[in-house]
Design a protein around this ligand. Sequence first.
Ligand SMILES: *Cc1c(COP(=O)(O)O)cnc(C)c1O
Length: 411
Amino acid sequence: MTHRSGRHFLQIPGPTNTPERVLRAIAAPTIDHRGPGFAEFTLDLLAALKPVFKTSGPVIVYPSSGTGAWEGALVNTLSPGDRVLAFETGHFATLWRAMAERIGLDVDWVAGDWRHGVDPEVVAERLANDSGHAIKAVTVVHNETSTGVASRVAEVRQAIDAASHPALLLVDTISSLASIDFRHDEWGVDVTVGCSQKGLMLPPGIGFNAVSDKALEASHSARLGRSYWEWAPILEANARGFFPHTPPTNLLYGLREALRMLEEEGLDAVFARHDRHAEATRRAVRAWGLEILCEDEREYSSVLTAVLLPEGHDEAELRRLILERFDMSLGAGLGKVAGRVFRIGHLGDFNDLSLAGTLSGVEMGLSLAGVPFERGGVDAALEYLQASDGAPDDPVPGRLDATEGAERALA
Ligand SMILES: *Cc1c(COP(=O)(O)O)cnc(C)c1O
């Protein structure tokens, strides 16, 4: 392999670029995970995790990918044959559904077109029709990473409450956590599923379950088979600063550092930064004359933008060219949109000039690949970045504040 100078642009929507500070933290020597120093570290880490989920409850830390944390959410709260209401928002929702069916759940699947998020009105309707309370859980992928569509979780909560339905609300925030506003406690989420390699700016290897009191209560009677994923022994050991298995010690060092970075920047500023880079990206896509996959501006994702190529043009070829010429990785089209859609990740450790470089690579790639488009997307993005200073109170057009959206839905 020949050496390529400069930094590789990892602009897939996860794993994201790991900042130097986090890499250096990970490089510290591994210590005894049963020693007193480790217990002190863990207790501090578990407390520091809560603000990211906006919860005062426990957050379970698994040595796992996000997929493992999906399983944790299901097997701790549900029993064989339980009905789960799930929505076809894209590839990840489809995978979570497949897992639920494989482990013995009965999934009530609401078909979707991969261009919209979960419709809160459909949630309200399905639950209103379930007077016998057969539905035990509603699962929602907050940010559908395959489509760049963000579902309105606060409005889904309102819909469940409006139906006075006792179903648990399980939410996948794997690609939204620490990038898009999310409020575990305020939105009454029962299990929040997260992982390390997206907004948290870490390498892959840690999964999370943030757990409500109601979910904890459900775990006492849930009968799906589980051992490694079982919350109870983890919570018991965590109370003393330990784990019932060997934890991913060095990744946990990195996590502590990433949480410090988020604290220093401030979560609201982190969210505003993501909103602003997403808006700049959409301006570039529109100037190119290409189509954004997400069709409802209330659901635009601030984490990534999925772009539809004109008929007859292959996203895999475009990405191959961009990787070869400019050393940048873009997200592939997944599942039903493979071949048609490429994804620009603009999350994690990222700034205006990283976006400028990213969009420049896309624009040159479109030209080299012979895709019909208009030049000027990069200029449109730069103009917007220059004109908006990125302060949290600098509103980004086309995106409602999550709570404001819920308030409007209620009115
Ligand atoms: C990445 C991702 C997953 C899968 O996580 P893994 O770490 O690959 O197991 C699940 N859901 C969403 C929304 C994701 O973005």
